[in-house]
Design a binder for this molecule. Structure first.
Ligand SMILES: [Fe+2]
Length: 253
C-alpha cells in the first residue's frame, strides 16, 4: 500500500492519497483547494499511481474542497455518501460498499453525525493482514474529540439528533475496529469542525482514542449528547457560505 497524507496545518485539514504500488491505482480523499488539484495528481504520479477515485467524506463547511476540479481533471465523478445534497451529479456511496485497489481494500462506512452524509473509509492491505490497517474517520472520531453536530442545521432539535447519530457512528462503528487500527481524521488542530479538545496531533490509533478520548469514554448515549452539546464552540461565521460553495455549481450565490 502507498499512503500519502497531505495536511494543511493553517486550517487543520487533512487529505489523503491511498493506492497500491503493484496495481498502479489510487484514490484521493478530501482534496483541499489550499493544496490544489495538480499537487494530488503530481504526488500520485511521482510514485507511479493513477487517480481512479475522488472521495469526499462529507460536504465540508470549514474549507473549500477541490474535489470537483480534481475529478474533472481526472475524468471522474466525485464519490460521496449517498445522502450528500450536492447540486452536481456524483457517485453515491452506501454503507458496506467495497472496492479494491490491487491488494488494498477500501470499505465505506456511513458515519452520520457531523453531517447526515458523513462517511468513513476503512482501509485494509490484504497482502499484509486481514485486519484493517487504518481508518479515514472523516469528522466522526477525531484525535481527542468528535466532529461537531451543528454545522448543517444549528437548531437545538437537529443538533441533538445529529449528536446522537455521532454517538452511534463513533461507538458502534469506529470504536468497533481493533485497537491497532491507525486513525486519520479529516481535521485536527485549529479546525472549526471540532471542539475544545481537538488535538493538534493529526493521527492516532483506535486503541489510544478508546483509552484517552473523553467521548470514547462516555458509553451512555444521552450522556454523550449532553457532553457534546455543553462543549460546543460558537459556529464559524463563514460555515454556510463555504458549505454552499462546496455543494456545487448551481450556487445561489
Ligand atoms: Fe467537517
Amino acid at each position: 500500500m502507498i499512503f500519502i497524507p497531505i495536511w494543511d496545518g493553517s486550517h487543520g485539514c487533512a487529505s489523503f492519497i491511498v493506492g497500491d504500488d503493484a496495481d498502479g491505482r489510487a484514490i484521493v480523499v478530501d482534496p483541499l483547494a489550499a493544496i490544489g488539484a495538480d499537487t494530488y495528481i503530481l504526488s500520485a504520479a511521482e510514485v507511479g499511481l493513477k487517480i481512479v477515485g475522488v472521495i469526499e467524506t462529507h460536504v465540508h463547511a470549514d474549507h473549500h474542497s477541490i474535489a470537483r476540479e480534481l475529478a474533472q481533471k481526472t475524468d471522474l465523478l466525485v464519490s460521496m455518501g449517498h445522502k450528500a445534497p450536492l447540486r452536481d451529479a456524483f457517485n453515491p456511496l452506501h454503507d458496506g460498499d467495497q472496492f479494491d485497489l490491487g491488494g488494498v481494500q477500501v470499505t465505506v462506512w456511513e458515519t452520520p453525525g457531523h453531517t447526515p452524509d458523513s462517511i468513513s473509509l476503512v482501509v485494509t492491505d490484504k497482502t499484509r493482514s486481514s485486519d484493517p490497517w487504518l481508518v479515514l474517520s472523516g469528522d466522526s472520531l477525531f484525535v481527542g474529540d468528535v466532529g461537531r453536530p451543528d454545522l448543517v442545521d444549528p437548531t437545538p432539535e437537529s443538533t441533538e439528533r445529529a449528536a446522537l447519530d455521532q454517538f452511534h457512528s463513533v461507538h458502534d462503528k469506529i470504536l468497533s475496529l481493533p485497537d491497532t487500527t491507525e486513525l486519520y481524521p479529516a481535521h485536527y488542530g485549529a479546525s472549526a469542525c471540532g471542539g475544545l479538545f481537538l488535538s493538534p496531533k493529526p493521527i492516532s490509533t483506535v486503541g489510544y482514542e478508546r483509552r484517552w478520548n473523553r467521548f470514547a469514554q462516555i458509553t451512555d448515549p444521552q450522556a454523550f449528547v449532553t457532553e457534546v452539546l455543553s462543549l460546543l464552540k460558537p459556529p464559524p461565521v463563514d460555515a454556510s457560505l463555504i458549505r454552499d460553495h462546496n455543494l456545487g455549481s448551481q450556487q445561489s450565490h
